[in-house]
Design a protein around this ligand. Structure first.
Ligand code: HEM
Length: 455
């Protein structure tokens, strides 16, 4: 069939399920937790279509269609209004939120920081930060908040590796600031769907704004310092200071550099920290998998301190982190807006439609995973992974906007697990904490774990 003959997406299109939930149930759910606002059909159907407040929304859980949309038709998509409204006030037009040519030259400018050889050189800093956390735990020997502890560790790593240290940034205030900023994002999404104006007040808005202002002022001071005293460091700040747009030849303003540093500091530590927190919570509930991880770490390190060359050999440890991110993807939903109509499967996506890729639903999809709720790191053993569609698992997204820090995050997570689990076991009593989405997927309440020194 020629493209011209394809119908616009509607309930008549084969394979398309229409969700008829009323805006009165969707919008309050969105405010509480966008994951709860997903139509339940998307956990077992390939495509769900809905119209909420006049906006056409197409949810995709079929890996073939996800590839068609995010990879093959990436040039027909941009990040859209929801993302701009939720993250723009904090991250401006940095790499995560920009579109088009402005996105492209920023991506090219920072790419050298993420090449394999460069990442290998960052491993000692990752190991050192994990050792600091381990020593703190061994000294205090008591209960810890696992989310908070992982945030501290990955924050140390991101500022050390990307900005050569925290300078004058108050780490605790940044962590609080990010949480305050993300808390009311459900409101932002709901108001965006209703096309309500940007200035409309909502609960938590002034705290979120104050947090964004603090984060930006701390980073701006650091940039000014680096401009005043260039020091030959080869980090992300240096790349951004030296970047020039291939089309116009212009360099980045301080504000554009701040947009990107804020993007990297936030996107680059919160997600990994949450992935690790869920990993430790799952291991505490699954002693058989925990025992395998501990045995692998002991065998590979042979009782020596963890070294960079150990990390690539910790295959089962890495599988465990991958499986935790399947069950609890730190970025559980990604969205795009169609800038022009394009064909997808047997229908046309109309211009202006919002495409939603609910990574959480893809990772739990009844047709893609056997017993989707079961924690089983063996799913990521090379033989098992071979038979699976590449986009049935996509914690880092897909296409040109795929996470630039995926390899960084995986290396970092394995290094942190190795250093910590060489020395301690983490225990948790009670039920597995319920997840809640605030842009990222966090435990609803901070989860306490007990640190038990390994004999
Ligand atoms: C487990 C950890 C991580 C997860 C699950 C994760 C997930 C994601 C996802 C799903 C996207 C795509 C969003 C979209 O398509 O709309 C993304 C983009 C991005 N991530 Fe990550 N991320 C992680 C760690 C990191 C790290 C460590 C860094 C930086 C060091 C980072 C920096 C970014 C940036 C800058 C983008 C925007 C890329 C672009 O649009 O070109 N992320 N991440």
């Amino acid at each position: 069939m020629s493209i011209d003959a394809l119908p616009m997406i509607s309930e008549q299109c084969p394979g398309v399920t229409v969700s008829r939930r009323s805006p009165f149930s969707v919008l309050p759910a969105l405010v509480r937790d966008p994951l709860q606002a997903l139509p339940p059909e998307i956990y077992h159907q390939p495509v769900v279509y809905s119209q909420v407040a006049g906006r056409r929304r197409i949810l995709l859980a079929d890996p073939v269609l996800i590839y068609e949309a995010l990879v093959r038709n990436a040039d027909a998509l941009n990040k859209g209004e929801d993302v701009r409204r939720a993250l723009g006030p904090a991250l401006g037009q940095g790499l995560l939120t920009a579109d088009g040519a402005h996105w492209r030259w920023q991506r090219q400018s920072v790419a050298p920081a993420f090449r394999h050889e460069k990442l290998m050189g960052l491993l000692p800093a990752m190991i050192a930060a994990a050792e600091k956390t381990r020593d703190r735990w061994l000294e205090s020997g008591s209960a810890i908040g696992i989310g908070h502890e992982m945030m501290r560790t990955t924050f140390d790593i991101i500022v050390e590796t990307m900005m050569s240290g925290p300078g004058g940034i108050d780490v605790a205030r940044v962590e609080r600031g990010i949480t305050d900023y993300l808390k009311p994002t459900g409101w932002v999404f709901a108001l965006s769907i209703l096309d309500a104006p940007d200035w409309l007040p909502y609960p938590g808005r002034s705290r979120a704004r104050a947090a964004a202002i603090y984060l930006r002022s701390a980073i701006t001071r650091m940039i000014a310092e680096r401009r005043r005293k260039p020091d030959g460091r080869e980090d992300l700040v240096a790349l951004l200071l030296a970047a020039s747009d291939p089309e116009s030849g212009r360099t980045m303003t301080d504000e554009e550099i701040a947009d990107n540093l804020l993007t990297f500091v936030t996107a680059g530590h919160e997600t990994t920290a949450l992935g690790l927190a869920w990993t430790f919570l799952l291991l505490a509930r699954h002693p058989e998998h925990e025992a395998r991880v501990l045995a692998e770490i002991d065998e590979v390190t042979a009782g020596e301190p963890v070294r960079p060359e150990h990390i690539a050999r910790l295959a089962y440890t890495r599988q465990t982190f991958s499986e935790a991110m399947r069950l609890y993807p730190p970025a559980p939903i990604i969205t795009r807006t169609a800038t022009r109509a394009f064909p997808l499967g047997g229908f046309m996506v109309p211009q202006g439609a919002v495409l939603i890729v609910p990574i959480h639903a893809v990772h739990h999809h009844a047709t893609l995973w056997d017993d989707p709720g079961r924690f089983d790191p063996e799913r990521f053993a090379p033989e098992q992974a071979k038979g699976r569609h590449r986009y049935a698992y996509m914690p880092f997204g897909a296409g040109p906007r795929i996470c630039i820090g995926g390899a960084f995050a995986t290396m970092e997570a394995v290094a942190i697990m190795a250093v910590l689990l060489q020395a301690v076991r983490l225990r948790q009593s009670g039920d597995m904490p319920a997840p809640m989405m605030k842009v990222t997927l966090r435990p609803k309440k901070e989860a306490e774990m007990l640190v038990e020194r390994r004999a």
